[in-house]
Design a protein around this ligand. Structure first.
Ligand code: NDP
Length: 443
């Protein structure tokens, strides 16, 4: 049995009840197999076993008091996965579905993603099963302060730099940052996605969505297509989805759908982003309200967004939101490209089907790396006490995304899997980390 298969079996056995982590490890290790087989020195150094075992896992209690005076307790997590190429870096997710499995899959993906950005950042991820939905401002602040009261001792600008993710936007980062500063009495770039008035970077809010579209546009261009005139289905209605939609529209594409966890809207004339932002960003409401503003739009509760006919699909909501049935439907409707804005939104089987059917498929660890890349740029600005213009950050983001595309496509070709960007991204991300780990000894 090959080294990768043996490690995968061991990972599954040693980490029971972690299906999302198993899924991410299966995708990565399977696609690394030919490359790793050609480098027996990796087995001798136990590189894969070390890659799959986080350097440190911190699980903690987060007690807080709700508006009725009742004590609530949530679980907090920080998984410091790999620091071979830089301080741990990765977002915090606040969502009721958060578990160790989810945080580990996200941290594992983050290690490879951060490597692909070309920046000196290692990988980590954290979060809590706290649900920000329906909470008052005071409750959100109380939770964030309690969460940071434990987390602060494990992070630092040269150790571990968390950021936002699902349920953690600028508001939550502000409360987390304020509490960190109060506890350590130091103003440093320990978190990214900060507000502009206290060290945030222009362009960070837009970075993941814009970056996704820059990369997809480059991939299309290299295959004789472009976004202009294309029909695009976007899922989600959060940070990534909103800015992906904005960039597609700027490039002349038509986004006809968006979704949240309750259902999706179809607007044949093209999504009115002002309406979505008013509902989601200003009022923190539900997408079902969209049809009230736009007479011809149709809201459908539940799943089904991938049944919409489109040229390009951008899943930007959450893990495993695009399954085998959805992939069949997209292929039947002639989809040209799928770009993952979310982390692991496509199931393993759906990914295989899309690739087998020659759909241009770009995995999240490459396609959504723009967010962490601009977080890396935020760290640079913080450590040099400077603030760059939006244009400068946006230009660098575009360059980084095009470099990522060039890197994953040339590595895919090198290993004999042209246009398989899953293999390209995994091998390209792995190469740099494995090299750094080999040079640093057995640690
Ligand atoms: P937000 O919290 O801003 O938005 C998430 C969106 O996805 C919401 O519309 C939410 O709907 C929807 N959603 C969440 N869970 C589910 C679910 N179980 N089923 C259906 N819809 C769901 O998060 P982001 O936009 O920041 O993140 C979206 C994805 O992108 C995640 O996978 C994240 O890890 C990834 N990502 C984010 C980056 C960033 O910079 N923000 C960077 C790289 C990746 P509802 O409001 O109903 O919950």
């Amino acid at each position: 049995m090959s080294y990768t298969k043996r490690v995968l079996e061991k990972v599954i056995k040693l980490n029971p009840n972690e299906p999302e982590f198993h899924q991410a490890a299966t995708e990565v290790l399977t696609s690394l197999q030919p490359y790793v087989d050609a480098h027996p020195e990796y087995e001798k150094a136990g590189i894969l076993e070390r890659l799959c075992e986080p350097e440190r896992i911190i699980i903690f209690r987060v007690p807080w008091i709700d508006d009725s005076g009742k004590v609530q307790v949530n679980k907090g997590y920080r998984v410091q996965f790999n620091s071979a190429i830089g301080p741990y870096k990765g977002g915090l997710r606040f969502h009721p579905s958060v578990s160790l499995s989810i945080i580990k899959f996200l941290g594992f993906e983050q290690v490879l993603k951060n490597s692909l950005t070309g920046l000196p950042i290692g990988g980590g991820k954290g979060g809590s099963d706290f649900d920000p939905k329906g909470k008052s401002e005071r409750e959100i602040m109380a939770f964030c302060q309690s969460f940071m009261t434990e987390l602060y001792r494990h992070i630092g600008e040269d150790t571990d730099v968390p950021a936002g993710d699902i349920g953690v936007g600028e508001r939550e980062i502000g409360y987390l940052y304020g509490q960190y500063k109060r506890l350590v009495n130091s103003f440093s770039g320990v978190l990214t996605c900060k507000g502009l008035s206290y060290g945030g970077s222009l362009g960070r809010t837009e970075a993941t969505g814009y970056g996704l579209v820059y990369l997809v546009e480059e991939m299309l261009r290299q295959h004789g297509h472009s976004i202009e005139g294309k029909t695009v289905a976007v899922s989600g209605a959060g940070n990534v989805a909103i800015y992906a939609t904005e960039k597609v529209q700027q490039l002349g594409g038509k986004v006809v759908s968006m979704s949240d966890s309750d259902g999706f809207v179809y607007d044949a004339e093209g999504i009115d982003l002002q309406v979505v932002r008013e509902i989601k960003e200003v009022r923190r409401g539900r997408l079902s309200e969209y049809a009230r503003y736009r007479k011809n739009a149709v809201y459908t509760p539940g799943k089904g967004i991938w049944n919409i006919k489109c040229d390009i699909a951008l899943p930007c909501a959450t893990q495993n939101e695009l399954n085998e049935e959805d992939a069949k439907e997209l292929i039947k409707n002639g989809v040209i490209a799928v770009g993952e804005g979310a982390n692991m939104p496509t199931t393993l089987r759906a990914t295989e089907m899309l690739i087998e059917n020659r759909v241009l498929f770009v995995p999240g660890k490459a396609a959504n790396a723009g967010g962490v890349a601009v977080s890396g740029l935020e760290m640079s600005q913080n450590s040099t006490r400077t603030a760059w213009s939006f244009e400068k950050v946006d230009r660098k983001l575009r360059e980084i995304m095009i470099n990522i595309y060039d890197n994953i496509s040339s590595v895919a070709k090198e290993v004999g899997q042209e246009d398989n960007f899953v293999v390209g991204a995994n091998v390209a991300g792995f190469k740099k980390i494995a090299d750094a780990m080999m040079r640093q000894g057995i640690v």
